[in-house]
Design a protein. Structure first.
Length: 104
């Protein structure tokens, strides 16, 4: 498995709605994430800053890169856009993090 981490940004007045939408994640979104090799996907919130820390494990980079092109992912991004800092295509603004330590 490949471990990936990134940060995103949720609007400070949208914490509860962001969590609610993820608590009620669409089954078809879950299916597509798994079909594109996602495992152990977690998102953590720093309530003081609105920074989200996302962690997931993927099977391979090429398969994972295709996730953003799916209809359900595009629909999810549009659904989440009012709550987050986003790019013009509605994708969340993300900063990929480089792993500097791992203890198995």
């Amino acid at each position: 498995m490949i471990r990936k981490a990134s940060i995103m940004y949720v609007n400070k007045d949208s914490y509860q709605e962001y969590k609610r939408r993820h608590d009620e994640i669409w089954p078809e979104m879950v299916t597509e994430l798994k079909a594109h090799g996602a495992h152990n996907y977690s998102i953590f919130l720093d309530r003081d800053t609105g920074i989200l820390f996302a962690y997931l494990e993927i099977e391979n980079e090429e398969k994972w890169a295709q996730m953003s092109q799916t209809t359900i992912c595009q629909k999810w991004w549009a659904y989440m856009e009012p709550l987050m800092k986003t790019n013009p295509d509605n994708s969340p603004v993300t900063v990929d993090l480089k792993e500097v330590f791992f203890l198995a």
